[in-house]
Design a protein around this ligand. Structure first.
Ligand code: FES
Length: 214
């Protein structure tokens, strides 16, 4: 495993900045910390790799979970084992060589063995299940070899400006992080889903005043 201290540059897109400001506005929320964390999803995606999340879902259902800090920082080339959304749900976070941050369930979709990160395999490393030699693409979670019937569920990760990394939701195999996050927010926090522009959500109380960085 290689580790560097280099961090990607941030060049926020004006549209994403405006969205960020709307979401961060104090007047919007009774769950302010949660909103501030969610706000970094859009900001992170806008700057390409700073806080890119991949995420998937709780293996046994669609239950939502509160945001959880998993690390003060994850450097390029590093991986981290953690539990999310429940204490029995093994997961892995990986900072790719280009700075992209991805998170997956570490429970194999074949017969539920533990999936391991192998940084030295291929050009970008791979996620490997030793039970029956299942292999998953590190960037997408898709199956690339072996018997697993579907890709790994993802854990949606975001990085705050202080470098800390948080798990904020899950997404199913084949779902994008945004789709997974929106699906869960529509059910549990529809006002946040509206502020994020999730399809099917009603935007409530959007404002451009008072926005600020997390
Ligand atoms: Fe992972 Fe069979 S349990 S490949």
């Amino acid at each position: 495993m290689t580790t560097t201290t280099e961090q990607p540059d941030a060049h926020p897109d004006p549209e994403q900045e405006a969205l960020h400001d709307r979401i961060s506005a104090d007047s919007l929320t009774t769950r302010r910390d949660y909103l501030r964390i969610v706000a970094t999803v859009s900001g992170g995606l806008a700057v390409g790799g700073v806080a890119v999340a991949a995420g998937v879902l709780h293996r046994h259902g669609d239950g939502t979970a509160d945001p959880k800090k998993i690390a003060d920082r994850i450097e390029r080339g590093q991986s981290l084992a953690f539990r999310y959304p429940g204490e029995d749900d093994r997961a892995v976070a990986i900072r790719m060589a280009d700075g992209t941050l991805v998170g997956y369930s570490a429970i194999c979709t074949h017969l539920a063995c533990a999936v391991l990160w192998r940084a030295e395999r291929g050009s970008e490393g791979e996620l490997y299940c030793p039970c029956h030699e299942g292999v998953f693409d590190a960037r997408t979670g898709d199956v690339t070899a072996g018997p697993p019937p579907r890709g790994l569920p993802k854990v949606v990760l975001v990085e705050r400006q202080d470098g800390s990394v948080w798990a904020i939701g899950t997404a199913r195999s084949g779902e994008s992080p945004q789709e997974g996050l929106c699906r869960q927010l529509l059910g549990s926090r529809p006002e946040v889903a509206g502020q994020l522009g999730c399809p099917g959500a009603r935007a409530e109380g959007a404002t451009t005043e008072g926005g600020r960085r997390v």
